[in-house]
Structures are given as structure tokens and as C-alpha cells.
Design a binder for this molecule. Structure first.
Ligand code: SAH
Length: 360
């Protein structure tokens, strides 16, 4: 699909015409990754953060937020819970927390990969922009995958909403390429409807997904948080040209999921919590029916869960891990899909690493 067609779909609002996009994406999903939906157990290991992202409630200067960091024991207990629920993967996510040292995380990964109960789990990390040394150390310790959204391919907009650390460039695409060289399965994604973001920007995001040959793609609507500059003072951010602002809507999110599936047919694509936040009743299901093949039930202990407030009114905020588990399972089965067994490694990554030496 060329850029013009992608833009055409992003601008399309006719429900009957969009049925065709949903049909194409669902067919590609079924053909390339099948009917099984992978469950990734999400553990939000720390909400401490050194960054000042304009959109995120975890930003360093949000003093209203009580901070926490889980202990290794608590995290391992959650990973064991993941095994009992039959999940093949745990995703360890946090703010960009300098308190999580490279060695501490490496030790945690190594323990998860050697513990009698959790050794079969794939480990995905999503800990922000970390040094090349840390990323290499974690790979050696047994981490399998890394998630780092580039948030928007519009560089000027990215720099505006995600200021770099003093003296350091903020090139997430360079980090994604480095993760690939280290042998990680690489995941990225964007927010949809960031103030100042246009449909052309979203089309460029889709092109970048394909260029990076992502193994995992997560997209979700931008949701304003009142304790952030973008939420409290949106007027301080330059608007898109008249009539060009991309909406942070449920519909635009489905279009991006469907187009991501068509751009990277073998990628693992979650139906995200931000989408479920816009439509609690059936957002997850519609995402799965329009290209997605992954859901991420939350395993974070309830005491911490409400403190991982990247945006307000997050879906599943008060549920326990048990409730999230049965809710996800029944949603998957209600649309005639099955719950996957096993680690659910990315098929594109397997294809890439099994390419015989010497061939392109
Ligand atoms: N510190 C890590 C994890 C951040 S939370 C990192 O920066 O990679 C994971 C994702 O939540 C972010 O990448 C971002 O896309 C999303 N997010 C953060 N704030 C959001 C908001 N206000 N609305 C919607 N999504 C948001």
C-alpha cells in the first residue's frame, strides 16, 4: 500500500468504506499470525521517572504522584502468577528510572530466566531510553524483547513533547536500530492525536513501522493528563494547520491498528489499554477484530497499579490480576478467537534470525 492509499484510509470517515479496511486487516492478521491471541502479563515495576515528557503523568516534576518501585521479590511473584495464568511473556515496564541500575535489572532478568517456575517465560523490557551498555547487559542476561515507542515520526513534534536529557540526543529510532543489532525482538509505536499531529504524520508513522520492520507495534490514543503541561496548558503547544489535526479518537486508533497490520503483516500488535480506556465495553474486541493479535492483562499489584498513572481513568485500574485475566479470556473467546499457548515469539523475528548465513 503506498503513502497515498494510507493517507486515503486515514482520512476516510465513511463507515461502509471502512468495512473494507477492517476486512483487509483482519484477513492479513488471520493469514499471517493466526487466530490465537497472545497474553502478555504487564508488570509496572516502577513509576519513578527522570524525564519531563509533556504528555505523561509520571514526569519527574509531577509532585502529586506518590512514587514506588517494586522489589525483585514482588516482581518475581508477579511473574510466577503469569505462569499460573498460562501467559508466555512478562512485560516489565517503568518510568525512566535511574534508580533501576543496569546490574539490578540484569540480575532480575537472569533470575526470571533461571527460576524453576518462570524460566519458560519470554521477558520483554520497556524501561525507556537506556545506555547501550545496559541494553547489551540485559540481552546477555536473557531479555528477549524491548518496547520503546518513537511516539511520533515528526521529529520537531517529538522534541517538543519529549525534551531530551541535557547533553544527550533523544533519538529513539537510533536506539531501536541498536536494539535490533543486539538481537532483541523490537517493538515500537505511537500515540494518536497528539496536539499538532496531522494525518500526514500518522501516514509517516506507518511508513516508519515498515522501514524498521518492527516485530511489535503498539498504538493508542493520546489522553490528556491534567498534571502535565500538555494536559493543563494545551494552548502553549503549536496547533496543527486548520483542519489538519489528527483526532485522538477511537476510530483513528482502529485505522492505525489496521494499517500497522497491513504494513507489518507478521508483527505482534496489541489491542491497547488506552484504546480500552476510550471504549471499555468493546474497544479491546474491536482492536482484535481490526488487526490486533495481542492483549496485555495487568499483573501489577493493585496497591501500585493506581500509581502508574501515565494518563487518567486508565482501564482496569481497580481490577485484580485475577479479574484482568478472566476478563481478557472471556473477551477473546466472545469473538471466536483462542488464547495462545507458548511464548508467542514474533514470526518476523524468527524469520529474520533463521535466514541462512550468506543470504540477504
Ligand atoms: N518510560 C517508558 C514507558 C512509558 S509508558 C518509555 O518512555 O518508553 C508507555 C507508553 O505510554 C508511552 O510510550 C506512551 O506512548 C504512552 N503514554 C504515555 N502518556 C500517555 C498519555 N497521556 N496518553 C496516551 N498514552 C500515553
Amino acid at each position: 500500500m503506498d503513502n497515498g492509499e494510507v493517507r486515503g484510509w486515514l482520512a476516510q470517515d465513511d463507515a461502509t468504506r471502512l468495512e473494507e479496511l477492517w476486512r483487509l486487516a483482519d484477513a492479513a492478521r488471520r493469514r499471517c499470525v493466526g487466530d490465537a491471541v497472545h497474553l502478555r502479563g504487564l508488570i509496572e515495576i516502577s513509576n519513578r521517572c527522570r524525564r519531563l515528557c509533556g504528555y505523561c503523568g509520571l514526569r519527574a516534576d509531577n509532585r502529586r504522584l506518590e512514587r514506588y518501585a517494586m522489589t525483585a521479590r514482588e516482581i518475581l511473584d508477579c511473574a510466577r502468577q503469569a505462569v499460573r495464568f498460562g501467559y508466555g511473556t512478562v512485560v516489565l515496564q517503568s518510568g525512566e528510572d535511574a534508580g533501576l541500575s543496569g546490574e539490578w535489572v540484569a540480575d532480575l532478568v537472569a533470575r526470571t530466566r533461571s527460576d524453576e517456575q518462570t524460566r519458560g517465560l519470554a521477558v520483554t523490557l520497556s524501561l525507556g531510553e537506556r545506555s547501550e551498555a545496559d541494553l547489551a547487559l540485559w540481552k546477555q542476561a536473557g531479555a528477549d524483547r524491548y518496547l520503546l515507542r518513537f511516539e511520533t515520526s515528526n521529529r520537531a513534534l517529538f522534541e517538543l513533547i519529549h525534551p531530551s536529557l541535557p547533553g544527550r540526543g533523544g533519538d529513539r529510532v537510533a536506539i531501536l536500530r541498536h536494539l535490533r543489532r543486539l538481537g532483541y525482538e523490537v517493538g515500537s509505536g505511537v500515540m494518536i492525536g497528539i496536539p499538532g499531529q496531522t494525518i500526514d504524520d500518522l501516514a509517516a508513522d506507518i511508513a516508519l513501522f515498515a522501514e524498521l520492520e518492527l516485530d511489535m507495534i503498539g498504538v493508542g490514543p493520546y489522553i490528556a493528563h491534567p498534571d502535565t503541561p500538555m494536559g493543563a496548558c494545551p494552548e502553549r503547544y503549536p496547533p496543527a494547520p486548520p483542519g489538519r489535526q489528527a483526532p485522538a479518537s477511537e476510530l483513528m486508533t482502529y485505522k492505525m491498528i489496521a494499517l500497522a497490520r497491513l504494513a507489518c503483516p507478521r508483527a505482534n500488535i496489541p489491542s491497547t489499554t488506552a484504546l480500552a480506556t476510550l471504549n471499555l465495553a468493546e474497544g479491546r474486541e474491536l482492536g482484535l477484530m481490526r488487526g490486533a493479535n495481542v492483549v496485555m492483562p495487568n499483573l501489577t499489584p493493585t496497591a501500585y497499579r493506581s500509581l502508574y498513572e501515565i494518563y487518567p481513568a486508565k482501564a482496569c485500574l481497580r481490577e485484580t490480576a485475577d479479574q484482568c485475566h478472566s476478563c481478557m479470556k472471556s473477551r477473546i473467546e466472545s469473538i471466536g478467537r483462542t488464547v495462545a499457548v507458548g511464548r508467542g515469539d514474533s514470526l518476523s523475528h524468527c524469520g529474520r534470525t533463521q535466514t541462512p548465513a550468506g543470504s540477504i
